[in-house]
Design a protein around this ligand. Sequence first.
Ligand code: UT7
Length: 323
Amino acid sequence: MIRSVVRGIGSALPRRIMKNADFEGMVETSDEWIAQRTGIRQRHIAADDETTASLGEAAARAALANAGLTPDDIDLIVLATSTPNNTFPATAVEIQNRLGMRHGFAFDMQAVCSGFVYAVTTADLYIKGGLAKRVLVIGSETFSRILDWSDRSTCVLFGDGAGALVLEAEEGQGTIADRGVLAASLRSDGTHKDKLYVDGGPSTTGTVGHLKMEGREVFKHAVGMITDVIEDVFAQTGVSADTLDWFVPHQANKRIIDASAKKLGIAEDKAVVTVHLHGNTSAASVPLALSTAVADGRIKKGDLVMLEAMGGGFTWGAVLLRW
Ligand code: UT7
C-alpha cells in the first residue's frame, strides 16, 4: 500500500511580535484577560512586505531544505489558506512561481482553521491515486489583514505565519506500523456559518471584509466536534489515547485544547501547545505547532501523531500519521 510519508518540515513567521500588552492602548482589554481566557501571550503580525505568499514560500523552502530536496522534486503544492494574496489566481500558484517551479501543479484549499488537516488529507489522496509522488503541503495565513482592529473580541486572538510539510510516496505494509498518513476524518456543517465568517467577498460585497465571530458559540461546539473526529480515527485504526505519542491540535484557545485532551483521555504532556507564542494562525497553526515540536526534539521518527482542527464553516477534522 502507498503511504504519504513526511520527508521534511519548515515554518516561517513575520518579523514583528505583538505582545498582549500592546493592545492595551488600542482596545479595552488586558494582558491578564487575554492570557487567562485563551492562553495567548503574543502573536506575529505581518509587515506590508510580508504576505501569505512570501510566508508560504519561506516555510516551503525551509521544509524542502529539511527534506534535502529542491523544488524540482515536487509534483504538487497544496496551500491551505483563507487569506490569499489575490482573489485569484491561487496563491499556491504564486508560491510555485516564487520557488521557480515550471512543472507540476498547485492549488489553494479553503477550510479556514481546518485547512491544513483538509490539505494533508487531500495530498495523501493525490499520492495514493498516483497523481503525485512528492507534495508540498503548506498552511499560510495573514489574518491580521482581515481583522477589525477595533473589535476586542476578535483582534486579540489571531496572528500570522506559515508552516509546510513535504509528503512523499513510500510503499508500506498497510498496517498502522507504517510511517505516513494512516487515517483521517473530515466534517463540515454550513448551518453554523454565522458564528464565524468574514463579512465580505467578491460575489457579495465586492470587498475583502472583516472576521466576525461569536466566540462563546464557537467554543461551545469546538470540544464536541474535535473529539468526535478523533474518536472516529481511533475507531478506524484501533489506536487509543494511550498508544498515541503526540496530540497536535489547532491552536485557538488553550482551554479548548485542555478540555479536548481531557475528554479523550490524552495525557496533558502529550499535547503540543504553541498558542502562547503564535495566537490563532488558522490554517498555519497545526504545521507551526508540528514544526516547533520537531525542532525541539519532542516529535521523532516513528512517533504516532494526531492532528486536529476546527474552524469557520464550521469545518473540522483529524489526521493520524506516523512521523
Ligand atoms: O479558530 C477557529 C475557532 N475559534 C475558536 O475556537 C474560538 C473559540 N472561542 C474562544 O476561544 C472564546 O470564546 C473567546 C476567547 C473568544 C472568548 O472567551 P469566553 O470565555 O468565551 O468569553 P466571552 O465571549 O463569554 O466574554 C466574556 C466577557 C464579555 O464581557 P461581559 O459580556 O461578560 O461583560 C466580553 O465582552 O469578556 C469580554 N471580552 C473581553 N474583555 C477583555 C471579550 N473580549 C475581550 C477582551 N478583553 N479582548
